[in-house]
Design a protein around this ligand. Structure first.
Ligand SMILES: Nc1nc2c(ncn2[C@@H]2O[C@H](COP(=O)(O)OP(=O)(O)OP(=O)(O)O)[C@@H](O)[C@H]2O)c(=O)[nH]1
Ligand SMILES: [Mg+2]
Length: 492
């Protein structure tokens, strides 16, 4: 995600490292690297120019204090750290402020209308959003308002079936009428939110654009969300402008950020339209929707990871027992049994590479392509099940003859068993690193900031405070559970 932009900032960072002072000359080289990467990532040209101007003015205009006071602490700051802080602030203000809110009006049924170009991800995102809302305690219903693509209704019905969320469809009627009827149907079914999945269109298709306006007039949506495929690059800005002109959007959902190294839309769209990015889609699976947090993305871009996001993902899928296991695992001493269990949890959190991406640079010591897919999980399970209980708890004893036996017992090649053992060791190391970050106190928090404590503190307006808060929240939650457990035991 956004690797291209990240690269530019990394290069700029290196260019300025060690410089005693930021001058017009050396900042020019750094800014050039950022400019090339932003343009390469398809960030809109004017946005790039305005962004760089702001960074330059601030970097040259502000007197860099090498000693600053932060939270009662004296910090030493180098000019390149100061430069990163400026970039971080400017990235956040470019993409922010945070606004993942959805409007819930006074009516019994809240209306969310999804619009967007063909194939942008409307139907998938409608389902993701329905799942998200259900988790928030709402009762959503999806509405099949795409009557043009033959399989569209079926697609929505399948998604609804998977999530156990009702889908309203009315063959033979036109979309404005379908959407209007859906409001009554929702009330009848006891649903309080409807999500219209409208047909994909190109902005030059006047008839279909008019149809969207008719749906809007007929149902007066509380939220109109434009689903934008991050991969369409520069065009996304024109699409956003045109849809906003016609329909007055509430905000955007950017999809397919997972698949695109460029993702320039994330940096351009808010600046150009002044409407917020509310959510981002980061995968095809129905749980791959995140509330958009500019701070998280900005710190990812700058290589400081998104630990808040990571903790959130973790909390989402981990139950109490697993949380206890995780604590053990995070210390780096775990067995093959726990490894298997953890693989299943990680699978639920998304791919391993996805998680590594959220770690600060240097912590994700995992080679590329180490994700787990379902097939692999079955293979791993077979291998682990062919180990004796002793071998599972004492991985160090796995010599050649044991590996040969396990291979034939599980029906796998010997090389695959060896690969798994190696992977297990890598994972132990990664988990140990992660554990150092998520447990322990001050030192560990500094490590989360890439060991660059001053930078981490400097970015204090955003990252570390959030990290600290996320960690404090996690701890509080755990303590609460512990107390509840104790009380339960006492009552027995
Ligand atoms: N990688 C990735 N793929 C996505 C994401 N969102 C949607 N997709 C995929 O994009 C393709 C198109 O998604 P749809 O939801 O059918 O798009 P649509 O806008 O409803 O398409 P039309 O109804 O034909 O206009 C599907 O293969 C989805 O699985 C995402 O966030 N990441
Ligand atoms: Mg669709």
């Amino acid at each position: 995600m956004l690797e291209m932009v990240s690269d530019g900032f990394k290069k700029a960072h290196h260019l300025l490292q060690g410089k005693a002072i930021i001058t017009e000359k050396n900042i020019e080289d750094a800014l050039r690297e950022i400019r090339v990467s932003l343009l390469g990532a398809d960030v809109e040209f004017h946005v790039v120019k305005a962004f760089l101007d702001r960074v330059k003015i601030k970097a040259l205009g502000e007197i860099v204090q090498t000693k600053v006071s932060h939270g009662g602490k004296k910090l030493k700051v180098t000019p390149h750290q100061h430069f990163i802080k400026i970039c971080y602030d400017e990235l956040v203000s470019l993409m922010g402020p945070v606004d993942s809110s959805l409007a819930f009006g006074p009516r019994a049924v809240t209306v969310i209308m999804m619009v967007g170009l063909q194939g942008s991800g409307k139907t998938t995102t409608a389902a993701k959003l329905a799942r998200y809302l259900e988790k928030q305690g709402k009762k959503p219903m999806m509405v099949a308002a795409d009557i043009y693509r033959p399989a569209a209704i079926e697609q929505l019905k399948v998604l609804g079936g998977r999530l156990d969320i009702p889908v309203f469809y009315a063959p033979g009627k036109n979309p404005p009428q379908i959407c209007k009827d859906a409001l009554d149907a929702a009330q009848f079914k006891g649903c309080n939110v409807v999500i219209f999945d409208t047909a994909g269109r190109s902005i030059i298709d006047e008839t279909l654009m008019e149809e969207l306006e008719e749906i809007k007039d007929a149902t007066n949506p509380d939220n109109i969300l434009l689903v934008v495929d991050a991969m369409i690059g520069q065009d996304s800005v024109n699409v956003a402008k045109e849809f906003d002109r016609r329909l007055d959007m509430s905000g955007f959902i950017l999809t397919k950020l997972d698949g695109d190294a460029r993702g320039g839309a994330a940096l351009s769209i808010k600046e150009v339209t002044d409407k917020p990015i509310k959510f981002i889609g980061i995968g095809e699976a129905l749980d791959r929707l995140e509330e958009f947090r500019p701070e998280g993305l900005a710190s990812r871009i700058l290589g400081y990871g998104d630990v808040v996001g990571l903790v959130k993902d973790f909390e989402d899928v981990v139950d109490e027992k697993a949380e206890e296991d995780a604590e053990k695992i995070l210390k780096g001493d775990f067995t093959f049994d726990e490894f298997l269990k953890q693989l299943k949890i990680i699978k639920k959190m998304g791919s391993l590479s996805d998680i590594v991406e959220k770690l600060p640079l240097g912590m994700g010591a995992l080679p590329q392509g180490q994700g787990v897919d379902d097939k692999e999980l079955i293979r791993v399970e077979a291998i682990i099940m062919s180990m004796t209980p002793y071998e599972r708890t004492h991985p160090g004893c796995l010599d050649d003859s044991r590996v040969t036996r396990i291979a034939s017992g599980s029906g796998q090649a010997k090389s695959q068993v060896v690969e798994l053992v190696n992977r297990f060791k890598t994972m132990r190391q990664v988990m140990r690193n992660l554990g150092k970050g998520l447990t322990g106190k001050k030192k560990a928090l500094a490590r989360l900031g890439m060991g660059d404590e001053n930078i981490a503190d400097l970015l204090g307006g955003g990252i570390p405070r959030q990290k600290k808060q996320a960690l404090v929240d996690l701890k509080k939650k755990k303590n609460k559970r512990k107390t509840a457990k104790k009380a339960k035991r006492k009552n027995r």
